[in-house]
Design a protein around this ligand. Structure first.
Ligand SMILES: Cc1cc2nc3c(=O)[nH]c(=O)nc-3n(C[C@H](O)[C@H](O)[C@H](O)COP(=O)(O)O)c2cc1C
Length: 261
């Protein structure tokens, strides 16, 4: 290991502890300085939206937590069956759905997954390859409306996506490929330098919910952490970064999903 790598590893270990060397951790956060934060829901920015079905009782959801936890595993092979729109809707609900909203002026969302300070820095995008009732394309989930926003319907992403996922064709060709992004400032506003650690912890909780929710409806999931940051960000249409823009957004995690029974 050369000195540069060792130095970077030391920085990463500081990150795991949730602070930076020097006095950055001691500085007042933007919230403490009473600076404005940003909302935990991204505004709709595409003209076409699709309402999501919520008749989850039709899905025959398994509620046996023992079986779901014991049977959880990463699945990389899926059947030819399409994921139904209701199944997709359930998975979106299970990973980012809003349970309740508290406050009017600066509403705080409480969701199906925990989040440090309920800041909810994550956004859900997905590439739909084989979803009943959806054209192939890229979509964005709007948790506030429990609806989809058609992000980019026109393209066939498979080849570019395979490259962006470091050659993992099974994931690019999966019926659904979720990509989760973060708007780090949502969490940095409250937690300063500790935010990066919390954002990734949030992402872990969310993906575990995806695994369990998939298991409960005959789907399988595989977490994807191996991807080319710049390529994936570009496919999602994010500005190159990192930048100091409070609305800066980048991909942080992904997961492939398909039917297994
Ligand atoms: C953070 C993280 C990143 C991962 N990235 C990938 C990946 O890029 N490709 C892949 O095939 N599996 C990936 N996995 C799945 C692991 O390989 C898998 O969880 C591990 O082999 C254990 O298998 P199990 O999930 O069936 O218990 C990832 C898992 C995690 C938690």
């Amino acid at each position: 290991m050369n000195d540069k790598t060792k130095y970077q590893i030391m920085k990463n270990r500081e990150f795991l502890k949730g602070y930076s060397a020097g006095d950055a951790g001691a500085e007042q956060t933007d919230q403490e300085q009473e600076l404005p934060g940003i909302p935990s829901l991204k505004k709709r920015c595409r003209p076409q939206t699709i309402a999501l079905p919520v008749e989850f009782d039709k899905l025959g959801i398994s509620k046996d937590i023992w079986d779901l936890v014991m049977g959880r595993e990463s699945c990389r092979k899926y059947t030819q069956t399409a994921v139904s729109l209701c199944e997709l809707s359930f998975l979106l609900w299970a990973t980012q759905g809003i349970r309740k909203v508290v406050g009017r002026k600066e509403p705080v969302t409480f969701r199906s997954v925990p989040s440090a300070g309920s800041r909810h820095p994550l956004e859900t995008y997905f590439f739909a390859n084989h979803v009943e009732g959806l054209k192939r394309g890229l979509y964005h989930y709007l948790p506030g409306e429990h609806a989809l926003e058609v992000w980019d319907p026109a393209k066939d992403y498979e080849a570019e996506l395979t490259r962006a996922l470091c050659g993992q064709h099974f994931a690019a060709a999966a019926p659904v490929l979720f990509v989760w992004s973060a708007l780090p400032y949502r969490t940095e506003w409250r937690y300063g330098v500790k935010a990066a650690k919390y954002i990734l912890l949030d992402a872990g909780h969310m993906c575990q919910d995806l695994y369990l929710a998939c298991g409960s409806i005959g789907c399988g999931a595989c977490a994807i952490g191996a991807y080319d940051q710049d390529m994936l960000d570009e496919l999602l249409g994010f500005a190159p970064g990192p930048s100091a823009d409070p609305l800066y957004e980048c991909a942080v995690y992904a997961a492939a999903v398909g039917k297994v029974i």
